[in-house]
Design a protein around this ligand. Structure first.
Ligand code: KIV
Ligand code: ZN
Length: 385
């Protein structure tokens, strides 16, 4: 099995979600939980962005011992100095410096030539490597960058001392096969590529962040960056719980694994949702409220006979206590009878026939049937016997 490092950026890219602003204590609380979850690297913030960010990155770097802590810096000395000042007390300080490489960003945002971007990157990676034991360099908007130029700049920054190379799909534009091919291309065309860890960083603008991250792993990525619940700039970053569970459930296919403590996933998701105020949709993969709920009669009957008929993930695996059979208009006799037993009711066959008809009539007019609805039906039935 190949080990895939998890670079967790809920506290940096995740906090860039519109409307999210975590305070010092909330950030620390999330960092401790990420450490419990077993992430390899925590990106704790952007130290040069504000005094508050600087302070929380510094505190997290001092307190977290089992994950490496990093902070973001543009390719300018002032940002790298701020990152060093905040991170240097940590167990394994790392710098994450970035510059955009795509023609659109070079022309309109940076107003720099290809050569100037290479020179700045090399200079700043050397500046960082003189301080930090590990420097990660990111090519912002890499997926819209000319491949031959991307390979050239990646080789140059490796020579300058970068130990991790990140290839972001910054605007969530790449298609999975295309994104995977960028990693294959770099593996084939960058002479020193085997000296570094190659990282994927996907945004979800077209809903392809998970597929893209997995495609990158197939293409040779050894690190995946993302957030819990997929929060982040615009449509968000890749949801790490989805990547981790896809690798776990389909290890037969991907032959790769993360070091995450999977049964801490739900607790981490709940914490991030509560502190950011960003609710998790009920149908969200892995951690949504409906992810382990079965509503239709055919599915409920199948799950009651053998869980694996409709359940590819045991809820306990991610820290969800159990699946649920939600009673509604699609439910069948099997699930209804099971719920009556759970509610400690013994009913005759005749009562069961009558109750099931009433249950279906009521369920037709309600979104879900609560236990109170069922208790009321049974008590009424018993009273009129
Ligand atoms: O999406 C992106 O390109 C980023 C970089 C700063 C790594 O978040
Ligand atoms: Zn990003």
């Amino acid at each position: 099995m190949r080990k895939i490092n998890i670079f967790e950026t809920t506290l940096r890219d995740g906090e860039q979600s519109a409307g999210v602003n975590l305070n010092f204590t909330e950030k620390l609380e999330i960092a401790y939980q990420l450490e419990r979850l077993g992430v390899d690297i925590i990106e704790a913030g952007f130290p040069a962005a504000s005094k508050g960010d600087f302070n929380s990155v510094q505190e997290i770097a001092r307190k977290i011992k089992n994950s490496s802590v990093t902070g973001l810096a543009r390719a300018v000395k002032g940002d790298i100095d701020a990152a060093w000042d905040s991170l240097r007390g940590g167990a394994e300080p790392r710098l994450h410096t970035f510059i955009a490489t795509s023609p659109i960003h070079r022309e309109y945002k940076l107003k720099m030539s290809k050569q100037q971007v290479i020179e700045r990157s090399v200079e700043m990676v050397k500046y960082g490597a003189a301080r930090f034991p590990i420097v990660q360099w990111s090519a912002e908007d890499a997926s819209r960058t000319e491949l031959d130029y991307l390979a050239e700049i990646v080789e140059a920054v490796i020579q300058a001392g970068a130990k991790v190379i990140n290839i972001p799909d910054t605007v969530g534009y790449a298609a999975p096969i295309e994104y995977g091919n960028i990693f294959r291309y770099l593996r084939e065309h960058v002479p020193s590529i085997d000296k570094v860890s190659l990282s994927a960083h996907c945004h979800d603008d077209l809903g392809m962040a998970t597929a893209n991250s997995l495609a990158a792993i197939e293409g040779g990525a050894t690190q995946v960056e993302g957030t819990i619940n997929g929060i982040g700039e615009r449509a968000g970053n890749v949801a790490l719980e989805e990547v981790a569970m896809a690798l776990y459930i389909r290890k037969d296919f991907y032959q790769a694994e993360t070091g995450l403590v999977l049964n801490e996933i739900k607790r981490t998701s709940d914490l991030v949702s509560r502190l950011t105020g960003m609710q998790v949709p009920a149908n969200k993969a892995i951690i949504g409220a409906n992810a382990y709920a079965h509503e239709s009669g055919i599915h409920q009957d199948g799950v009651l006979k053998e869980k694996t008929t409709y359940e590819i993930i045991s809820p306990e695996l991610v820290g969800v206590s159990s699946n649920s059979l939600v009673l509604g208009k699609h439910s069948g006799r099997h699930a209804f009878k099971e719920r009556l037993q759970e509610l400690n009711f013994t009913v005759t066959d005749e009562e069961m026939n009558s109750l099931f008809v009433q249950f279906k009539e009521l369920a037709d007019n309600k979104k879900t049937m609560t236990d109170e609805d069922i208790v009321a039906l049974v008590l009424e039935e018993k009273a009129t016997d």
